[in-house]
Design a protein around this ligand. Structure first.
Ligand SMILES: [Zn+2]
Length: 388
């Protein structure tokens, strides 16, 4: 519903990028030089490069738990006739083998290999640029090769999520929480109803969830990809789950002024004055008002409405709409104009005076700052039209 900024557009983009890459290099079973390349990161006052990441972050080869040892043995990374490898190489080789058996296209995309049908016996060299694209490309602008990889489901998916693209380790890490804090997404971009602030960057006590725009149970290889992680409220994250409907992608799409909330009278018009008891006189609708939108976008809008139950949920906010009508009935534009003229030292502009009525700035770029920001804007527009 509401567009959020990508790291490239964000005022704190460098911080988001640095923390993200640091965390990705820390979590993923690929050599740090392949994830970081020549990037130099600034994280908590430390300068991090591929050369010093392990030392500075404390990155170690994975713990040899019983379960992990069994996986190494089952995949003939250790024991049997396999050549002995260092612990690091074992981790890299296991990752390659799991990817190889899960999806050959993914394997060919990530590694430099001559024959994708031959099982790797040692850690194959990485296609660095491809790995970077996988981690940072926008989900609506994926390179063709990446699009062709397709779904990985069932046990293969589980294995990749647990051992290669380890979302749980990623999301539990304090740098993920700090990254969320830097992203500064106040209100869920899918519904614009629930606040999603990060309370404590260290403990992550209250924080938004990351919705995976492309579900991690079908596309485990995007589980820790930056542009696949959408800070969102728990309700929307849950509603979306693994559904196949393509919803609006908050890093690119928005409803903006093309799709508006409005009221539809059902039994009366007293609600237009905010009259108490007029709650049942109207319903709330969300309609596409720009007929020139591309069909694909219209589909996404309708899917978002359906998947996140937007129309239904916004009909639960009728009392708020009634209150908006009441406020406008009491605080007319003429009255606000007077206030503005009388207290120029208090109000910067007429719009500023108006913000006082709603207790929020309803300009489009502020919608994402406030719960129900868009609804408030749209109903304000409707009131203007109605009162003409
Ligand atoms: Zn939401």
């Amino acid at each position: 519903m509401i567009r959020i900024l990508t790291y490239k557009e964000h005022p704190r983009g460098k911080e988001i990028w640095d923390r993200y890459l640091y965390l990705a290099a820390f979590i993923l079973p690929f050599p740090t030089a392949e994830v970081l390349g020549t990037d130099t990161l600034e994280v908590d006052g430390k300068t991090i490069t591929a050369e010093n990441l392990c030392q500075e972050s404390g990155k170690r080869p994975r713990n040899r738990t019983k379960k992990y040892m069994n996986l190494l043995k089952d995949n003939k990374v250790v024991g049997g006739l396999a050549p002995s490898q260092t612990l690091w190489e074992q981790d890299y080789l296991l990752a390659a083998k799991l990817i190889w058996s899960a999806n050959k296209a993914l394997y060919a995309y990530l590694y430099q290999v001559n024959d994708v049908n031959v099982e790797p016996m040692g850690p194959p060299p990485i296609q660095r640029k491809n790995l970077r694209d996988l981690l940072t490309a926008k989900m609506d602008a994926l390179p063709t090769e990446l699009k062709r990889i397709g779904e990985v489901v069932g046990e293969d998916c589980e294995l990749l999520l647990r051992n290669v693209f380890r979302y749980e380790s990623f999301s539990d890490n304090k740098h993920a929480v700090k990254m969320l804090e830097a992203m500064d997404v106040n209100v869920c971009p899918y519904c614009n109803r629930l606040y999603t602030m990060t309370l404590d960057g260290n403990s992550g006590k209250s924080r938004p969830q990351f919705d995976h725009y492309k579900s991690k149970s079908k596309y485990p290889y995007f589980a820790v990809s930056l542009m696949n992680l959408v800070p969102s409220c728990g309700l929307c994250n849950q509603s979306k789950h693994d559904g196949d409907e393509e919803v609006l992608y908050p890093y690119s799409d928005e409803m903006g002024l093309d799709v508006l909330f409005h009221t539809k009278p059902t039994t009366g018009l007293n609600y237009l004055t905010g009259s108490v008891g007029a709650l049942d006189e109207f319903s709330v609708a969300l309609d596409i008002v720009n007929g020139n939108l591309p069909e694909s976008l219209k589909d996404k809008i309708q899917n978002s409405d359906k998947v996140f139950n937007l129309t239904e949920l916004y009909n639960k906010h009728k009392d708020y709409i009634l209150y908006l009508y009441w406020k406008n009935y009491v605080f007319t534009d003429e009255y606000l104009e007077e206030l503005y003229e009388e207290f120029p030292e208090v109000f910067q502009s007429f719009e500023d005076t108006k913000s006082m009525v709603y207790l929020m700035d309803i300009s489009q770029k502020q919608w994402g700052r406030w719960s129900l920001g868009k609804l408030t804007h749209d109903i304000d527009q409707e009131i203007k039209e109605t009162m003409k």
